[in-house]
Ligand binder design. Structure first.
Ligand code: SF4
Length: 354
């Protein structure tokens, strides 16, 4: 059955919702066959290439929104800590470090409802410098956009804009009250109209039903996004979702396979929570997914670039650079550039694994 689903996806047909649901229920004894089916689809569009993406928390905490999973919300007391907007030089230095780790993409993220004019000026100035100095793709994740702000970002060299739907429209209002799921869809459309690629995914483990997860996968397909990051909840202390259970590793792999079969050509990323959720099974995620974050997340640590290079190499995959060139993953090729002195930060709770 899994192979027949791969055939459908490869033929460009959208797999039926009941088939996607069956993927989420695949018996443990069939997990390898399911991963093989997802891998056939992944390999047809992405070969054995894996791209590394690096996140930069350009402005941390004090966000006025109330997303229940987020430790950067001021509504929950910013338990992940607060730090002001980084300077242009710091953002450029972060991009150099990402490039030295052989990342394909560097993503500047701010914890905001939407970018202020001043923050936008900083991001755009950094984007222009980074694009003039380095061969690296640029992404920004700055909250809700207007058409004018999106056009400025695109003109400054930002290739891709991230704005996740997180979950289904139905479940979203259980998690967030300060903006709507429809607001998020509108920002994705604004970014598309400005000519940027769009990165838009969600989080597994928000207490959603199976139907919510399927709704998310099909809504993203309808939105025709270029990249789908699939996160697994890492429940943060101090947030309303603190204490939510971790997603089971086998379910996480089934969810990734479901996303791959619904999104055959999309840049599918196993994103936040990878290390915590998949543990020894992390390399298995490379069969459905073709990209990963390295060097940690916004408020939590993660695998080092050396460890990720090693995993990619051990599993027989190769790295994809911003140039499109595929090169061997090589921990010895990761260069460490010194980080600038970080701006003053006010952690109100210790950060796990930081
Ligand atoms: S908008 Fe972003 S930074 Fe702000 S609370 Fe929601 S997820 Fe966190």
């Amino acid at each position: 059955m899994w192979s027949a689903l791969a055939d459908k996806a490869l033929a460009g047909e959208l797999i039926a919702r009941d088939d996607a649901r069956a993927v989420l229920h695949a018996p443990a004894a069939e997990l390898l066959s399911l991963l093989d089916a997802a891998f056939r689809v992944r390999r047809a569009h992405w070969g054995l290439r894996v791209s590394l993406h690096v996140l930069e928390n350009a402005k941390q905490g004090a966000c006025p929104e109330d997303c229940g999973f987020c430790s950067q919300s001021s509504k929950h007391g910013s338990p992940g800590g607060e730090a002001p907007m980084l300077a242009v030089d710091d953002l450029v230095a972060g991009a150099r470090r990402a490039h030295a780790a052989r990342a394909k993409r560097y993503c500047m993220v701010t914890a905001t409802r939407g970018p202020s004019q001043r923050d936008l000026d900083t991001i755009c100035a950094a984007a222009e410098r980074i694009k003039s100095e380095l061969d690296i793709e640029l992404c920004a994740s700055l909250g809700i956009l207007t058409e004018a702000k999106a056009q400025r970002l695109a003109a400054s060299g930002v290739d891709r804009f991230n704005h996740n739907l997180e979950t289904s429209e139905r479940h979203y209002e259980q998690i967030v009250s300060t903006h709507t799921w429809r607001d998020r869809v509108e920002t994705v459309r604004i970014a598309q109209r400005a000519g940027m690629d769009t990165c838009c995914g969600g989080i597994v483990g928000l207490g959603e039903s199976e139907d919510d997860l399927l709704d998310l996968a099909y809504a993203l397909r309808d939105l025709d996004v270029d990249s789908v990051p699939v996160n697994f909840l890492d429940a943060r202390p101090g947030t309303p979702l603190a204490g939510y259970p971790q997603v089971e590793a086998g379910y996480a792999l089934r969810a990734l396979c479901m996303f791959r079969l619904v999104h055959p050509r999309t840049d599918l990323r196993v994103a936040g929570g990878r290390e915590l959720t998949l543990r020894a099974l992390q390399a298995m995620a490379l069969y459905p997914a073709n990209s990963i974050f390295t060097q940690g997340y916004l408020t939590t640590g993660g695998a080092t670039p050396e460890a990720d290079h090693q995993m990619i190499r051990d599993a027989g995959f190769e790295l994809e650079l911003a140039s499109g060139e595929a090169v061997p993953a090589d921990p010895a090729a990761v260069t460490h550039l010194s980080a600038p002195t970080p701006p003053a930060r006010r952690p109100s709770l210790p950060l796990a694994r930081d």
